[in-house]
Design a protein around this ligand. Structure first.
Ligand code: SF4
Ligand code: SF4
Ligand code: SF4
Length: 573
């Protein structure tokens, strides 16, 4: 790899030939502000925030796209550069609905931060934003174009998902982000993944909040409120309270939830284990009886909706298992209510999830309406702050029984490859004794597509894992063309899996651009798995009690009625 020598602000820097000024500056720990640039998502040089002076260039150049060259001198902090950036921010603010006091992104907004840093005069060019209607028909995503800065990061994120239901329309001053035929997002083939939300630098995109409903239930004397938290929340919630990326804050999270009021807090990792019990048995049954193969996982509602819109012919290949969220709510509103003498309508079930698609999932009629509210990691953080809980110093607490302790297999559900690994741990033991080591490391990691061949129960099976819907599409097309042949395929809609879901805490671009968010968050889950008392889903005591006392057996009549579901084709727009 050839290197070039340049100077940035007088500091000698070596950078790979072909890299950009922005990448070279990052290596030298020199910060250049960005707005439209986002690592792994978009690099178009359109917002003009990263302008710098460079020898050999005419005028200011965009550091995110301008390549380095031998002997180049770059200046990132001259009066000309600062004036340009300040004017850019002031022009953006002239068409921006400035409502920082009540904005969902306040204190975490990239525009607000730039305005402060460059001492921008928010009224220098007046304020002229046409009142644009808020699109809030979607169960998952709210769009407010009056706060949009036209960076198009959301458009790029949606295109990476190969969904592409949002894009720029009109020209010049009238340009804005819209959907095909100006349809509300809810009427398009949007899969509710929320990747556009986490890519957005400002408050123009956010989840539809259920926080007010949950507070209402907590103070309703007729209701008993139970929360349960998805596997990845413990690895991300801390970021909203200043903990470093990759911190596992499970004990503090449970303690903080219990401070919200008279509520119980259960562990959704247990129904991740329950999902594996059903899914591993389903896979074995399909393999033994000549059922539809490859079997695809079904725990990701973004992926399920994607298949319904874009690949309806594959719906028989999807596992019929409900997601862990829906299994938990079904168990709570039946078994738990019966056991504790609670009328199901008086039990208010709150799922804490990393994902905006789960908000859509709870409204799917075929799932029975067992979940009352699904709140994202960000919404939980807001509730904890609103309740005045001192998260950093709160003593750790444990989940409530009987749904406290899960296996490490349930924990790793939150990372790409985790569902596959959990299923293989149990399937290989159900079929072939203790033959295979507990860990299936070939399918770990943040690569978009992973493949492996395993010996399970004396027979070889090929598996594939895809994260991000663009990668899912590649795997599906290879299967359809006959180029690839798998028995089992795991798909998670979000790049990196649930740890990088659309409901996870906002991470500023300067952090996202410099750390491997997905890998760091996943490592917190793998560490917990390593130290877990149980490593396989079929070892989890609460799961075994559930079968003994209520569900009878995996894929049995009762389990099928409560824990399995159906899918249906949807139109494509
Ligand atoms: S998007 Fe940012 S600048 Fe705009 S109102 Fe919200 S916090 Fe303020
Ligand atoms: S939620 Fe996902 S599919 Fe829908 S617009 Fe956003 S990125 Fe696209
Ligand atoms: S909605 Fe957000 S991400 Fe999309 S263009 Fe506007 S500011 Fe950028």
């Amino acid at each position: 790899m050839s290197m070039v020598n340049l100077k940035i602000n007088g500091i000698p820097v070596q950078a790979e030939a072909g890299s950009t000024i922005l990448q070279a500056a990052e290596k030298a720990n020199i910060r250049i502000p960005t707005l439209c640039y986002l690592k792994d998502v978009q690099c178009v040089g359109s917002c003009r925030m990263c302008l710098v002076e460079a020898t050999g260039a005419r005028g200011l150049v965009a550091a995110c796209v301008y390549p380095v060259s031998e002997g180049m001198e770059v200046f990132t902090n001259t009066p000309k550069v600062r004036k340009s950036r300040k004017t850019t921010v002031e022009l953006i603010l002239s068409t921006h609905k400035k409502k920082c006091l009540s904005c969902v992104r306040s204190m975490n907004c990239e525009l607000q931060k730039l305005a402060l840093e460059y001492n921008a005069d928010e009224d220098r060019f007046g304020t002229d934003y046409a009142a644009k209607p808020i699109d809030d028909l979607s169960e998952s995503v709210v769009r407010d174009n009056s706060k949009c800065v036209m960076c198009t990061r959301c458009v790029a994120a949606c295109e990476h998902q190969t969904v592409g239901v949002i894009g720029p329309k009109n020209r010049g001053y009238a340009k804005e982000i819209g959907s095909p035929y100006d349809m509300p997002l809810a009427h398009t083939s949007c899969v509710n993944c929320g990747q556009c939300i986490v890519a957005c630098p400002v408050g123009a995109l956010y989840e539809k909040s259920s926080v007010a409903d949950v507070w209402g239930a907590i103070v309703d004397p007729a209701k008993q409120v139970v929360f349960f938290t998805a596997p990845s929340i413990k690895a991300t919630l801390g970021e909203a309270f200043g903990f470093p990326v990759g911190s596992n804050v499970e004990g503090k999270m449970v303690a903080a939830i219990k401070q919200l009021g008279n509520v119980k807090c259960f562990n959704m990792d247990i129904t991740a284990d329950l999902t594996i019990m059903e899914e591993a048995h389903e896979l074995i049954q399909r393999l033994m009886t000549g059922g539809t193969i490859p079997m695809f996982t079904s725990c990701c509602p973004g992926w399920v909706k994607f298949a319904e819109h874009y690949y309806p012919e594959l719906l028989p290949n999807l596992s019929t298992c409900k997601s862990p969220q829906e299994m938990f709510s079904a168990v709570l509103k039946t078994y738990y209510c019966q056991k504790n003498g609670i009328a199901p309508e008086n039990l208010y079930v709150v799922s804490v999830i990393p994902c905006t698609a789960k908000k859509f999932e709870i409204r799917r009629e075929e799932l029975g309406g067992y979940t009352d509210a699904a709140i994202t990691t960000r919404e939980l953080a807001r509730m904890i702050k609103e309740a005045g809980v001192d998260f950093a110093n709160i003593p750790e607490a444990e989940y409530d029984m009987p749904f406290g302790e899960a296996s490490g297999a349930g924990v790793i559900f939150g990372a790409t490859g985790g569902v596959m690994e959990a299923a293989l741990r149990t399937a290989s033991r159900l079929l072939g004794g203790e033959g295979h080591p507990i860990e299936f490391k070939e399918i770990r990691g943040t690569q978009g597509i992973k493949e492996a061949e395993y010996n399970v129960g004396g027979g070889k099976i090929n598996v594939a894992v895809a994260n991000g819907l663009g990668n899912a599409r590649k795997v599906i097309e290879q299967i359809k063309s006959g180029e690839k042949n798998y028995a089992f395929v795991e798909i998670m809609a979000c790049p990196g899996g649930c740890v990088n879901g659309g409901g996870q805490p906002y991470v500023r671009d300067e952090v996202r651009n410099s750390v491997d968010l997905k890998a760091l968050r996943a490592s917190a889950l793998y560490k917990q798995d390593e130290n877990s008392k149980y490593r396989c889903s079929h070892e989890t005591p609460a799961v075994n009690v559930l079968y003994k006392e209520f569900l009878v057996k995996p894929l049995g009549q009762k389990a099928h009625a409560l824990l399995h579901t159906t899918y249906h084709q949807r139109d494509k727009y």
